[in-house]
Design a protein around this ligand. Structure first.
Ligand code: Z5A
Length: 216
């Protein structure tokens, strides 16, 4: 059994991840792939409970380290219970956010040193034999944070992160772009400020390239 592929979708608030993950799923299923869709924080019963805590306004002012550690606790559970078993069973996993989000939000946004985040990344994503799990392909939906927040605001009440100031979201965006420049073989950036049809055309082209590479 060939291992499945791990695709992550990233970007700041309201950028269209949920909308476009449905589209990606449809394309992959048309190609005959078995797809599992998930999200972070979340994806397991424990992870979803941690998500509720993390997004809840009652915890405004949560310490930065507690926030980071909860993200990685949810991720450790997600990897053990869902992501790794699905990949090993040959399924393709599409995940709405993964560790790049910790670097962007807790690193870029909150200012936690990248070496501290990388320590946790190695802890949960690296095994004793030295192997490490990283996404095979990351789609970064990039948008001016003001437009994303407007879109998210139209959709309903804002969560604990969405209440942050605009400079926080600008730092998040810049950290995502920096990471994409650092790993061009993994990232594909899509201008998410375009119309939905245009965004989906770009995504389809990127996926075609990726699945061709994946099958070679
Ligand atoms: N977080 C973190 O800090 N550290 C971590 O390690 C992880 C996460 C993993 C929850 O994530 C929070 O967790 C997140 C970061 C933090 N911060 N916040 N907030 P989330 O992914 O659940 O939250 P989100 O980014 O706010 O996602 P979202 O609100 O679900 O937005 P979205 O999925 O990207 O967008 P959408 O729902 O698909 O689209 C938003 C609206 O725009 C909707 O009405 C669409 O119809 C519309 N839309 C979409 N595309 C377009 C285009 N192209 N044109 C016009 N309108 C559009």
């Amino acid at each position: 059994m060939n291992r499945g592929k791990f695709i992550t979708v990233e970007g700041s608030e309201g950028v269209g991840k949920t909308t476009n993950i449905n589209y990606i799923r449809t394309i992959l299923e048309q190609q005959g792939k078995e797809v599992v869709e998930s999200r972070e924080p979340g994806g397991t019963p424990l992870g979803e409970e941690l998500r509720e805590l993390l997004l809840d306004h009652r915890h405004t002012g949560m310490s930065e380290d507690a926030e980071l550690l909860l993200m990685f606790a949810a991720r450790a559970e997600h990897l053990a219970q869902l992501i790794i078993p699905a990949l090993e069973a040959g399924k393709w996993v599409i995940c709405d956010r993964f560790t790049d989000a910790s670097h962007a939000y807790q690193g870029g946004g909150r200012g936690i040193k990248s070496s501290r985040i990388s320590t946790l990344e190695s802890w949960v994503q690296r095994w004793e034999d030295g192997s490490e799990l990283q996404p095979d392909f990351t789609l970064l939906l990039d948008i001016d944070p003001k437009i994303g927040l407007e879109r998210a605001g139209k959709r309903g009440a804002l969560d604990r992160f969405e209440k942050e100031q605009s400079d926080f979201f600008e730092r998040v965006r810049q950290e995502y772009l920096r990471r994409a420049t650092e790993s061009p073989e993994r990232f594909h950036i899509v201008d998410a400020g375009e119309t939905l049809t245009e965004v989906q055309q770009s995504i389809a082209a990127a996926l075609l390239l990726m699945t061709n590479i994946g099958s070679s």
